[in-house]
Each structure stands twice: as C-alpha cells, then as structure tokens.
Design a protein around this ligand. Structure first.
Ligand code: ADP
Ligand code: MG
Ligand code: MG
Length: 306
C-alpha cells in the first residue's frame, strides 16, 4: 500500500511577488481509498493537483509531499529495494519521475502529434513509465560495477543496452488494453481513434480513466473529471473510477466542485478546501451536508476560529 502524505504545503504563483495560494495543506491518501477534495471555486483545489504533479507555474515555499511505498508497490523491481527507495520526497523529483513512482496526474493530449492512435500513445506512455521506473530504482552499486566492466572492455550482461529491453510489445499490449477496456466497459473502437481526432469532453474524461487503468498508479489525482459530463457519461466515468479502486487498489484523490459525482463514486473521505487550506474533513455524509447547505458554513467556521 502506497501513502501520499502532504504536510503543511504552502505554494505560490512562481513569479516575483506571485500570489500565495496554498497556505498549509495537510492530506494523506492511501492506495485503495477514495478521497474527495471539494471546495468553492478559487479555493486552491487545482493548484493542489498541479503542485503534486510538479507544475512549473507554482513554487512550493514550505511543507512536504512524500510518497511511501511498501513491498507490494515495488514488487515489479528486481532485487531488494532499500529503505531509502521506499520513501520519496516528491518535491525533489521531476513530473515524469513522480509518475513513474506511481502517481497519476491526468491525461496529456499531445495535439501536435499527427496520426498517433490512442493505442500507440498508451503503449508509449506505459513503456516510458517502465523505463523511468527502472532508472529510479537502479542499484547504484551495480551501476558502478557495470561502468567498471565497460572500462575493462568486458560486457558480462549482453542484454543490457538493448533498446527494447523490458518494453511491452504490440501484441502483449493489445491484450492488456483489451482487458482494461473490458474492465471499464469501454467500446473497443475507442482505442483505434487518433489522438488529435477531436475527442468530445466526455471521451477525454473516459480516456483519462483508461490511461489510469493502463498505468496502474498507486494514487490517481483526478481534477474535475466530472465537469461537463451528461449523466450517462458521468456514470461510465464513475464506474471506471470505482473499478480503479476495487480491481487495482488505486487510491484516488478526486477533485470536484459538485457533489453530483459522489452519488456514483462513494468516497471514503471528504475534505473541504477553503482559501488554500483543508477546513473540514469527514466521511461521505459531509458531501451530502455540502450539497444541502453549500460551503458558507465551512467558511464561517474558518473565520470564526481565526
Ligand atoms: P480551484 O481549482 O479550487 O477553483 P485554483 O487552484 O484553480 O482553484 O485557484 C486558486 C486561486 O489561485 C484562484 O484565485 C486563482 O485565480 C489563483 N491562481 C491559480 N493559478 C494561478 C496562476 N498560475 N497565476 C495566477 N493566479 C493563479
Ligand atoms: Mg479547479
Ligand atoms: Mg518545512
């Protein structure tokens, strides 16, 4: 089980005199749990997601984001994974490194790439993750031994350096994709579409869930995946999110302004963000209270005690 720990996170817009947005966020998400992060517009929800992702528009001024991994999370890594590679300071890492450690941060649409199908794009994403992961967990002592070997002109590991090493092939990937699309109850034709072929808003959201199913992250951060969806598509996307948790044990940080999606995705924990801080946390009943009473009572609570 992986744990994403956010402690006292402060972040500002990364420019001279940039506005401070996050003002002490505390949050802990374990794999297998669904956390809803709710709050009024402008409270800092998307900024939280972007800072977890390592977005360059924001500068972290205080606090930590730590990812803790257990045996299960590193089961794919050959050999022992030492203690120092089980706890990662995400703020020290590049966005792609964070992703390789098992944090999923939403779908990228490289619109400039002509003629790439979803299938190929997803396969490339999976292979890029595996390669980055291998580098992160590489045993430095072994590296030195390899460097020595290279110097001495001996190569005792002929498989090393093969560019296809560890990559998932086309046929194997097709099988994986088929399984995941079945899991998500998605139309097979979807995967044959071209990336730049103009997906609808709802299709983009479904692609986001599909990508998370393929990459099998420990923790997925989904920002407003419910926005602009009609009720059928909302149900499909919600079932996909439930499947991520139930079938793959993914932890989900589900960012949403509206309670609506929580009728279909039952959160284990609900948090309310007000002005860059978590002002209130609770169970699924908290989301219901917010639907009935709005956010004002939480805001009043914050400013009464301040
Ligand atoms: P939410 O997702 O909760 O609606 P955001 O995290 O998007 O809120 O934004 C929080 C506040 O920070 C808003 O007032 C927004 O205008 C401001 N903000 C966010 N990103 C930037 C940015 N890159 N530059 C300037 N202001 C920003
Ligand atoms: Mg937002
Ligand atoms: Mg500190």
């Amino acid at each position: 089980m992986a744990t994403l720990q956010i402690n006292n996170l402060h972040a500002k817009v990364a420019e001279e005199g940039g506005e401070s947005i996050l003002r002490g966020v505390d949050l802990e998400v374990n794999s297998g749990e669904i956390h809803a992060l709710m709050g009024p517009n402008g409270s800092g929800k998307s900024t939280t997601a972007k800072v977890i992702a390592g977005h360059p528009a924001y500068e972290v001024t205080d606090g930590e984001i730590t990812l803790v991994l257990d045996d299960e999370d590193v089961a794919d890594i050959d050999g022992d994974v030492p203690a120092e590679k089980r706890e990662w300071d995400l703020l020290d890492l590049e966005p792609n490194e964070r992703a390789a450690l098992g944090i999923f941060l939403g779908f990228q649409y490289p619109a400039e790439i002509e003629g790439v199908t979803m299938t190929n794009f997803l396969r490339q994403a999976l292979n890029a993750k595996a390669e980055e992961r291998e580098e992160l967990f590489e045993d430095e002592d072994e590296d030195e031994a390899e460097a020595d070997e290279e110097e001495s002109g001996y190569d005792t590991s002929p498989m090393e350096g093969n560019p296809d090493d560890g990559e998932i092939g086309v046929a194997e990937f097709q099988q994986l994709l088929k399984e995941k699309m079945e899991l998500l109850d998605m139309d097979e034709k979807f995967a044959q579409r071209y990336l730049n072929a103009g997906f609808s808003g709802g299709e983009k959201k479904q692609n986001e869930v599909l990508q998370a199913a393929i990459l099998e992250p420990s923790i997925a951060v989904l920002d407003e995946i419910d926005s602009g969806l009609d009720i059928d598509r909302l149900q499909d996307v919600s079932e996909g999110i439930n499947a991520l948790r139930d079938e793959q044990g993914t932890g989900v940080l589900q960012i949403t302004h509206y309670q609506r999606i929580l009728d279909y995705v039952e959160p284990d924990h609900v948090h309310v963000m007000i002005d860059g801080k978590i002002a209130e946390s609770g169970g699924a009943d908290l989301a219901e209270k917010l639907e009935d009473e709005g956010y004002d009572w939480v805001r009043e609570q914050v400013y009464e005690t301040a």
